[in-house]
Design a protein around this ligand. Structure first.
Ligand SMILES: [Zn+2]
Length: 73
C-alpha cells in the first residue's frame, strides 16, 4: 500500500460538479477541461472523487428525510 503521496485530481474550477471518466488515453472531467493520465494513483483519486460526488448527489436528492430523521449509523 502507498504511504501518502497520492496525487489529487483537480478540476479547472473548484466548484466544478463534473465527474471523471475514462476517455481515450486519459481521465477527463465531464464538465471542465481537466484531464489526467491513466495511472493507478489517478484512477484511485478519480474513483474517490466520483464516489464523493455521487454521495453528495444522493444526499441532495433524497437526503433531506435522512437528515431530518438523523443519520442512523
Ligand atoms: Zn471538472
Amino acid at each position: 500500500m502507498d504511504t501518502g503521496a497520492t496525487p489529487e485530481v483537480e478540476h479547472d474550477t473548484p466548484d466544478c460538479a463534473g465527474r471523471w471518466r475514462r476517455d481515450g488515453g486519459a481521465w477527463r472531467c465531464t464538465r471542465c477541461a481537466a484531464a489526467y493520465p491513466l495511472t493507478p494513483s489517478v484512477a484511485r483519486a478519480t474513483i474517490r472523487e466520483n464516489a464523493f460526488g455521487l454521495l453528495l448527489a444522493r444526499l441532495t436528492a433524497d437526503g433531506r428525510a435522512a437528515i431530518d430523521g438523523g443519520s442512523g449509523d
